[in-house]
Design a protein around this ligand. Sequence first.
Ligand code: ATP
Ligand code: MG
Ligand code: MG
Length: 381
Amino acid sequence: TATLGVMGGGQLGRMFVQAAQSLGYRTVVLDPDAVSPAGAVAHEHIQADYLDEAGLARLAAQCDAITTEFENVPAAALERLAQQRFVAPAGAAVAVCQDRADEKAHFQASGVACAPYALLRSDADLAAVPASLLPGILKTARMGYDGKGQLRVRSAAELAQAWDELKRVPCVLEQMLPLALELSVLVVRNAAGQVVSFPVQQNLHRDGILAVTQVPAPAASAALQQQARESAARIAASLHYVGVLCIEFFVLQDGALVVNEMAPRPHNSGHYTMNACDVSQFEMQVRALAGLPLPTPRLHSPTVMLNLLGDLWFEPGSTAERSPDWAAVLALPGTHLHLYGKTSARRGRKMGHLNITAATAAEAEAVARQAAALLGLPADW
Ligand code: ATP
Ligand code: MG
Ligand code: MG
């Protein structure tokens, strides 16, 4: 049997492995940790650092094709593997997604508008920041996620202070935009250049972390959704990207569509596809990697996804871990629980997600609100 490898052992790797196994592949995970969500379900787990030559050699020797689930895997590791095996997405494409400066340059080269921004790498850059970018959000160019490595600034003085706080690493200052809503799109492209996309997601974040995804997107017009899918396809094509790519968009209060950022992998906002589409984002990643056909995914049920963060594992104000009352949630119709098998909960840690599907969007909405109430989650969407 053919073997597929994945760099990274988190929940995205776990769900990729499960999809690969269901299509009959053997799976190997490389992750630095002895115990990981993906390593626990893969046929084999190689415990090694991402740049460890012996580990990479073992992974390449065992696999026919290799992907990544971890956005910050060193591009050099992917390039090393690509000397021996088919690797998708390629190190060069992943590298663009790892640096906000390169990412924004790529958006502009693809003809897709992003927030007005300036790069901050020197005192001269700091002094030259135009006042029109304030108030703004200062973001580290590399390694940020879930809103980490970001500070909101209102004035030049606050900007200088914020940059000090971020240790003066290379940063991007973005103008703070008046958002009406946030969308994301999953595109899938194969080595032959075929591109398909999934239905557009509407996302709500709490404290910088994805909380709720709704599909169909209730507040985005068909024309806007079409524009998002076309922009996403353009971005993937100009990157020569192979695999699943997620593009996040802002819709501004005046209705304009602006690209925010992208992730070179299946995405948290795409977990709804597991129960609401006829093919999941993880199966599409397997298909793109294995050179299998890429049919256009179809949404068969309106859906709401609730992210399940570690906070739910603690009584308010307590440090003792408990398990949420899943039986009560699963008594509701159309609920699909996905837990990632993490051994301990932490506040803000992604522990799982709950997909709710129904015959109509109104029904999915109503059940999602009941589930949220049972779990003690706000119904603010
Ligand atoms: P992720 O976990 O999605 O990778 P991240 O840490 O890379 O998140 P961003 O997506 O850049 O962070 O920003 C997080 C959130 O902050 C956005 O989803 C949006 O709600 C808000 N935000 C970011 N940039 C802007 C902006 N320029 N104007 C207004 N709001 C913004
Ligand atoms: Mg990000
Ligand atoms: Mg984001």
